[in-house]
Ligand binder design. Structure first.
Ligand SMILES: Cc1cc2nc3c(=O)[nH]c(=O)nc-3n(C[C@H](O)[C@H](O)[C@H](O)COP(=O)(O)OP(=O)(O)OC[C@H]3O[C@@H](n4cnc5c(N)ncnc54)[C@H](O)[C@@H]3O)c2cc1C
Length: 426
């Protein structure tokens, strides 16, 4: 056991004793900032190794505790009322979950992508409306800014986002540009020292609660996708209007809005990267984002599985617990197997990303498989619960509704198949 292992073990013990779930001690105390991200991973990088490090286990436990203590109470009511989990997101921010992978020098927790997957699974088991905020802020907004924004932009926008003081939104989709993201109708006309932005964005997660919006718009139509730019916008800009809230099937606590821009003057200093970099920015960012949504789907599936397992041990039919009926046993076996496979795909994609290896195909595979597993097995979870599965009190009906979105956003299942097949056939 090296000195870091020993000190982390002490921290884990202290953490479990005081029942805290703050991520920050693990990266800030002992000068561990960026330990996993910037140095060799905690586990041996060149070997096949399925064990999680003690630090990973601590992050997982912290997220699990938070989900049970802070997210579970009121999750049904928030879903019913379509209420954004504002208090819970504030606490997640304070604890370092909103900037998990950001370098501590920009206010983040300096964790790796594996930690992020573990946290996303645990949070999503209980409340996918809260976990989508964690996913969007971490892997779309913070990651995009940390990797492609300039230093001034990072100081101004990334630091408060990574510290969890505020959260952000990623604005690519439009009424006529979803899967085909190249068909941007939102325009950003170059006016010298500013861009004049006009258009509408659809389905924007955190649309009404974000402070910082990463907006994709077309500057040069003739140049096609090479004429697209990405901008940092704030809701106090004149001409920026938040539209209606969507009344959704699932993740009803999540705050999904359309956004309207009318002659919004966006300073040139707010463009991310070189002129024409916007489409590449969006695609690169979404590739990482898919690991977050894959882990969200994994969490929804494993949440439904855990509830089903518990219910099968308690509910009696024909004089015995339903777990003693082979039909139920086989459903549970299929669930457990598919969920384990989904978890492996998520962790592999995360590992590749942490090793700075190509993770495009892996992240699409993780998202495709995990979201299909989430949909299939939340339906089975309702079936295992019988009539009780069909009412809100038992949670699985909500998980079933929440599962559906994971097959749609950040690239539909069909789009993931396009990405994977292109990569296989290239
Ligand atoms: C709750 C929610 C939150 C969202 N959050 C965000 C957000 O924060 N930011 C953001 O930018 N967007 C967001 N979106 C938008 C989401 O990413 C899009 O809805 C999604 O990409 C699909 O686009 P679309 O709805 O236009 O469907 P379309 O692209 O019109 O697709 C319709 C159908 O055709 C299929 N299809 C399309 N092209 C192909 C093809 N080439 N091959 C095979 N099949 C194809 C699709 O798979 C789908 O089944 C969100 C959506 C929802 C519902």
């Amino acid at each position: 056991m090296n000195i870091y292992s020993a000190l982390i073990s002490i921290l884990i013990l202290l953490n479990s004793y005081f029942k805290t779930y703050d991520l920050k001690p693990f990266s800030h105390i002992l000068g561990l900032e960026g330990f996993i991200k910037t140095k060799k991973p905690y586990f041996c990088a060149n070997m096949m190794h399925f064990e999680l490090s003690e630090e990973h286990l601590a992050v997982q436990q912290a997220a699990r505790d938070f989900a049970q203590t802070e997210l579970l109470p009121g999750v049904i009511e928030r879903d019913n009322k379509q209420e954004f989990p504002a208090e819970q997101i504030k606490k997640l921010g304070e604890l370092g979950f909103l900037g998990m992978m950001v370098d501590p020098k920009y206010g983040g927790s300096g964790m790796d992508t594996i930690s992020y997957v573990l946290a996303m699974e645990e949070l999503s088991k209980v409340d996918a409306s809260a976990s989508v905020v964690v996913s969007v802020n971490n892997s779309l907004v913070c990651w995009g800014l940390e990797n492609f924004a300039n230093e001034e932009q990072k100081q101004k926008y990334l630091v408060p986002l990574a510290k969890g003081l505020v959260h952000g939104a990623f604005c690519l989709s439009e009424p006529e540009a979803g899967s085909d993201a190249t068909s941007q109708r939102t325009t950003a006309v170059d006016m010298g020292d500013y861009y004049l932005v006009n258009g509408t964005k659809n389905w924007i997660t955190n649309g009404n609660t974000a402070s910082t919006y990463l907006v994709i718009a077309q500057t040069n139509v003739e140049a096609g996708h090479r004429g697209i730019n990405a901008f940092i916008m704030t809701r106090d800009m004149e001409g920026f209007v938040v539209g209606k809230k969507e009344d959704k099937m699932g993740i009803r606590g999540s705050d999904t809005h359309s956004l309207m821009f009318t002659d919004v003057k966006v300073p040139k200093a707010n463009r991310i990267g070189e002129d024409g970099f916007g489409f590449k920015f969006a695609m690169k960012t979404l590739t990482g984002g898919r690991i977050g949504i894959a882990s969200q789907a994994l969490g929804i599936a494993s949440g439904a599985y855990e509830l089903s397992l518990k219910y099968a041990k308690e509910r009696k039919a024909f004089g015995t617990e339903i777990m003693n009926h082979q039909a139920i046993q086989f459903k549970l076996a299929d669930m457990a197997t598919d969920i384990e496979a989904a978890r492996m795909l998520c962790l592999k994609a995360a590992w590749l990303k942490d090793q700075h290896l190509d993770y495009g195909r892996a992240s699409s595979m993780a998202k495709l498989f995990s979201s299909e597993v989430a949909m299939k097995h939340t339906v089975e979870a309702v079936q295992i619960h019988g009539g009780y599965g069909y009412v809100k009190e038992y949670h699985v009906e909500r998980l079933m509704r929440d599962a559906k979105i994971t097959q749609i956003y950040e690239g539909t299942s069909e789009v993931q198949r396009v990405v994977i097949s292109r990569d296989i056939l290239k």
